[in-house]
Design a protein around this ligand. Structure first.
Ligand SMILES: NC(=O)c1ccc[n+]([C@@H]2O[C@H](COP(=O)([O-])OP(=O)(O)OC[C@H]3O[C@@H](n4cnc5c(N)ncnc54)[C@H](OP(=O)(O)O)[C@@H]3O)[C@@H](O)[C@H]2O)c1
Length: 325
């Protein structure tokens, strides 16, 4: 089979972007022979064009976003992060009729509706698998794998930082020491409130709930892990339980209710066994029953793999459209 060529413009080459570049180099020939598309990288937007980065020649980098956005790429991959610049870049790419892939949960949480409407209007795709739970293919599972079934509930450990801190507290650390260790090991930001106050988990749960249910979200109760003490963990342990930060979306009469809070779980609950920075999601669906997704919810390579899977899906679907259009 002769492979069709797809050109990718990359915005950002930090933790995830550099993983994407490395993964693409490693997987390119397999992707070409398996899917019939050759994925080529065009220019890459960075802030510091002088920094040396592995796997890419310095001439590939630009500090001018328009070099990437207004070039001849088929897919724009947004891995800059943040809301303002990233939002402007994604809007411009969509306006230019480009397919977009992003890992940016914060952007989708603030302006997702507008961006998806924009993509629909222009007949292009907006892939976002990597924006929720990094390497766990939960977006594909909900939108494609479970398309023939009715999801009744979603329950998950969606924030790896909180789970890492609770795991260290189970080992005897205080909250403050566990948070400091999470920061030293790169699992927590210097300003950790989005993670430990439950906001990040809420944003992810909102995205998952909007994919899984046709009804509106009618309530959201959000509590982070700051109030969890060593005594709470010991009391739970004495009863054969553990404490986990659990995000739940369930159908209620008027729509869907969200709860994000520390919960006591019995030791045989699948979420009780999830430790450290891992994520897990339990989906219940009427015909399928219970499904468990477990894995790395962040990190350079797992997140890059989710980004690349979206790029491949877009490349394959546009190939299909061209073949049949
Ligand atoms: N890290 C993870 O494990 C993870 C997991 C899931 C989702 N995500 C999401 O993935 C996205 C990227 O995260 P990351 O951890 O890779 O971020 P990062 O390491 O901070 O990398 C950001 C990249 O974007 C470039 N950049 C930032 N602002 C720019 C601007 N205004 N103009 C031009 N270039 C700019 C930076 O350039 P320089 O290199 O020159 O500074 C850097 O290469 C975020 O939306 C994040 O939420 C990350």
């Amino acid at each position: 089979m002769s492979a069709r060529s797809i050109r990718i413009g990359l915005l950002g080459c930090g933790v995830v972007g550099s993983g994407f570049v490395e993964l693409l180099a490693h997987e390119r020939s397999r992707i070409a022979s398996r899917f019939g598309v050759t994925l080529n990288l065009g220019q890459i937007l960075v802030r510091d064009g002088e920094k040396t980065r592995p796997h890419v020649a310095r001439s590939t980098f630009t500090t001018n976003a328009l070099d990437v956005l207004d070039g001849d790429c088929d897919v724009i991959v947004e891995l800059v992060g943040g809301v303002d610049c990233a939002g402007a870049y994604v809007r411009r790419a969509l306006r230019n009729g480009r397919n977009v892939v992003t890992a940016n949960k914060a952007l989708l949480a603030t302006t997702g509706r507008e961006l998806f409407d924009d993509a629909d209007r222009r007949g292009v795709a907006l892939g976002f698998e990597a924006s929720v739970c990094g390497g766990i293919p939960i977006v594909q599972a909900l939108t494609r794998g479970l398309a023939g079934d009715s999801v009744t509930s979603i329950r998950g450990i969606l924030n790896g930082t909180s789970n890492y801190i609770v795991s260290r507290m189970e080992d005897g650390m205080t909250f403050d020491d566990a948070l400091r260790l999470a920061q030293e090991r790169g699992f927590a930001e210097a300003e950790p409130s989005l993670d430990v106050d439950g906001v990040d988990a809420e944003q992810k749960l909102r995205i998952l709930a909007s994919l899984a249910f046709d009804e509106p979200i009618v309530s959201a109760a959000v509590r982070g892990i700051r109030g969890v003490t060593g005594a709470d963990i010991e009391e739970a342990r004495a009863d054969g339980c553990v404490i986990r930060h659990v995000a739940t979306a369930t159908r209620v009469p008027a729509g869907v209710a969200l709860r994000i809070e520390p919960r006591r779980l019995s030791a045989d609950d699948p979420l009780a066994r999830v430790r450290d920075e891992h994520n897990a999601i339990v989906v219940n669906a009427r015909a399928t029953g219970e499904l468990l997704f477990f894995g790395k919810g962040a990190g350079s390579m797992p997140t890059a793999a989710a980004v690349l899977s979206d790029v491949i899906s877009i490349a394959r679907s546009s190939q299909y459209a061209r073949m049949t259009g």
